[in-house]
Write a protein that binds this ligand. Structure first.
Ligand code: ZN
Length: 134
């Protein structure tokens, strides 16, 4: 399961598709969600394809959780949100849309937010701000 055809996150991990990088190492990528529910909404993914928490090896789950914690710290430093959600959905019924494991790290301010479509300039600036704070 190194790479699954037509998986958007596998294409990002292999360099086929661009993304707004917050962090990368040999196993894990942290990037901005391009349709954020709030400013700074980030995703942490394994580079290899695993569909959900049931498939994901424990060692990768641990790495992803640690990177998510660091992303949350960068959001706290760069954006000072009142709260931050770290959440992860498994299965369409749970709200999973892309079937390559990912952990959401979402700055929050009480209310639910609609997804928005920021410009590439806004996403580039946000990714830079979080990288500087990482
Ligand atoms: Zn994939």
């Amino acid at each position: 399961v190194a790479e699954k055809p037509d998986c958007i996150f596998c294409k990002i991990a292999s360099g086929e598709l661009p993304y707004y990088k917050v962090y990368e190492d040999q196993d894990v990528i942290a990037m901005l969600d391009i349709r954020p529910v709030n400013r700074g909404h980030a995703l942490v993914i394994p580079k290899r394809h695993f569909e959900n928490v049931h498939d994901l090896p424990d060692n990768l789950l641990a790495k992803i959780a640690i990177v998510a914690k660091r992303v949350a710290a960068a959001q706290k430093k760069a954006l000072q949100p009142p709260g931050i959600s770290v959440v992860q959905n498994n299965g369409a019924a749970a709200g999973q849309v892309i079937f390559h494991y990912h952990m959401h790290v979402i700055p929050k301010d009480h209310d639910l937010h609609q997804r928005s479509d920021p410009t590439s300039e806004e996403l580039t600036a946000m990714a830079e701000a979080l990288r500087r704070s990482f």
